[in-house]
Write a protein that binds this ligand. Structure first.
Ligand SMILES: Nc1ncnc2c1ncn2[C@@H]1O[C@H](COP(=O)(O)OP(=O)(O)OP(=O)(O)O)[C@@H](O)[C@H]1O
Length: 273
């Protein structure tokens, strides 16, 4: 697996994050740095706090304690000066600026594509909509981008005018991915992107996601309970249990030589035939 270069600049930092609904429910003492071009997998069984952490990291739910710091500042980033790194404390900036980040610099891929798509408009409009939010208005170019991205996610571009409801679950998920990536987000959050799909559909989608993340050099925070998905996509892993990170490190190291008894259990229960 291709390793991220360590000297790459930081993109997102979690500093002592806590969001608890009750003892062990939610997440606490979360510290890590995501570097540009890196895919970080957050794994753990159901209820371990993965989704809670993702909501906090992606600006959807404020933590009780701690900070999420996003390094903006490249040319074109929201509120940043060209070439200058600017560390934004996600929950200290205004709600409007946080929303602008989500719309313009980040992407969110939901487990259920229906949460990420607009079902009432065509496939092409779903892809073009985020570009329009960035100021693109040229109809022909929006349509061309829609067709191009449908092709990239292995959907038939001839179906550009079809409504997402007429697509299968796996096709809807590919459309959601096209809609998310068309704006070339600096940071992508994925919540169980292959969950809820048939195994054969999952395998194809996973293959496509791996190709896209590599080709585009995407920076991704990926939540999954599926260690096979984590193995294929993530450079690094954080293993969560009852809201805390019990083990973190390079993916191969964690899955081939887990140190924490919980990780050992998780790995043996999934990977051993
Ligand atoms: N809004 C909420 N109010 C109260 N408790 C919550 C809320 N959201 C999550 N929890 C609780 O926090 C714990 C962690 O939930 P979370 O959804 O983050 O786990 P998860 O690892 O993502 O699980 P899954 O893989 O099943 O989605 C669970 O015990 C859950 O019941």
């Amino acid at each position: 697996m291709k390793r991220p270069q360590l000297e790459r600049p930081a993109l997102l930092e979690a500093r002592a994050i806590q969001r608890l609904y009750g003892p062990g429910k939610g997440c606490e003492e979360i510290d890590f740095t995501l570097h540009q071009g890196e895919v970080l997998g957050i794994v753990g069984e159901s209820g371990s706090g993965k989704s809670t952490l993702l909501r906090v990291l992606s600006g959807l739910e404020a933590p009780d304690r701690g900070q999420v710091v996003y390094h903006a500042g490249e040319a074109g980033s929201v509120g940043g000066s060209p070439g200058k790194d600017e560390a934004l404390d996600l929950y200290a900036i205004s709600e409007a600026r946080r929303r602008a980040l989500l719309r313009m610099e980040w992407g969110l891929v939901h487990q259920n594509p229906r949460d990420g798509l607009r079902l009432g408009v065509s496939a092409g409009a779903n892809v073009g909509e985020r570009l329009m939010a960035l100021g693109q208005r040229h109809y022909g170019e929006l349509r061309a981008a829609g067709q191009d991205w449908m092709g990239r996610v292995e959907l038939d571009p001839a179906r550009i005018d079809d409504a997402p409801q007429t697509f299968s679950g796996g096709m809807q998920q590919r459309l959601q991915i096209a809609r998310t990536l068309v704006t070339q987000p600096r940071l992508v959050f994925m919540d169980e992107p292959t969950g809820g799909l048939d195994v054969s559909v999952q395998a194809r989608l996973l293959d496509m996601l791996r190709t896209l993340t590599r080709e585009l050099g995407l920076s991704v925070i990926l939540v999954t309970h599926d260690l096979a998905v984590a193995r294929l996509l993530a450079h690094r892993l954080m293993v969560m249990r009852r809201g805390r990170v019990v083990e973190a490190g390079l993916t191969d190291q964690i899955l081939d030589d887990p140190q924490h008894p919980y990780t050992q259990l998780l790995v043996s229960s999934v990977l051993t035939p």
